[in-house]
Design a protein around this ligand. Structure first.
Ligand code: ARG
Length: 230
């Protein structure tokens, strides 16, 4: 009986931080969380027979929440990297990203990464962009909980630049080209993965199998085109 099967579906909590368009953000019209990651994890649930419960939280807390089991799944543009692999397990990579620089539209001094030396750099706390900014000689790094607030700090002159994931920068710069521009291209290559608690192979296998099914049936390509472009 179909209804019984419906009720038997497991429900997993999914954590993300929602100032990260086009991957996860709040739709201004509907007030709902949406974006590539949100639709991707829902689609994985559909093909693998589980429901998801969305939980927004600060980015910095996501890996820890997955590690302790407070949250089942971290799906938030999370870069697969060494120190995080010690805390959680990651799915197969589902997106290739990289870092980029955003400056004010009228900025003339900063044209690439070498011009960031000694500058004030806004970042989202706990991100690979924050780590990268801290390797720049003489720079003052200013941490923000939200990417949108970090961008605002650049706009109002409190910071000279934002270092953050390239595709996300592209989205926000395209939204306000009179305020911002991108400089310096892609700084380093990164891959996003979906995080689960270490040793939770049952869930990890569902996620990997779901990702593969969505790649085969064209749904991954559809979502990619819808949210990120060709
Ligand atoms: N990819 C970067 C990292 O893993 C930034 C991710 C931020 N994600 C977000 N939803 N705010 O550190």
């Amino acid at each position: 009986n179909g209804a019984e099967d419906e009720n038997a579906k497991p429900k997993y909590t999914v954590a993300f931080e929602a100032t990260f368009a086009p991957f996860e953000f709040r739709d201004e019209k509907t007030g709902e969380f949406t974006g590539f990651d949100i639709e991707l994890i829902k689609a994985i649930g559909e093909v693998e027979g589980f429901d998801v419960e969305l939980k927004e939280m600060g980015f910095q807390g996501i890996v820890a929440a997955v590690k302790t089991g407070n949250i089942d799944i971290g799906c938030s543009g999370i870069t697969i990297k060494e120190d995080r692999l010690k805390e959680v397990d990651f799915s197969i990579p589902y997106y290739q990203a990289g870092l980029g620089i955003v400056v004010r539209a009228n900025e003339t001094r900063i044209n690439g990464v070498e011009d960031l030396k000694g500058k004030r750099i806004a970042v989202q706390i706990g991100t690979t962009g924050a780590d990268f900014a801290r390797t720049i000689e003489g720079a003052t790094v200013i941490d923000f909980d939200q990417v949108t607030d970090a961008l605002m700090e650049v706009k109002n002159g409190g910071a000279d630049a934002l270092v953050n994931d390239y595709p996300v920068n592209l989205y926000y710069v395209n939204k306000s080209p009179k305020d911002y521009k991108m400089v310096g291209g892609i700084l380093e290559s990164e891959y996003y993965g979906i995080a689960v608690r270490k040793g939770n192979t049952e869930l990890l296998e569902k996620i990997n199998s779901g990702l593969m099914k969505l790649k085969e049936n064209g749904e991954y390509a559809r979502l990619y085109k819808k949210w990120i472009g060709v």
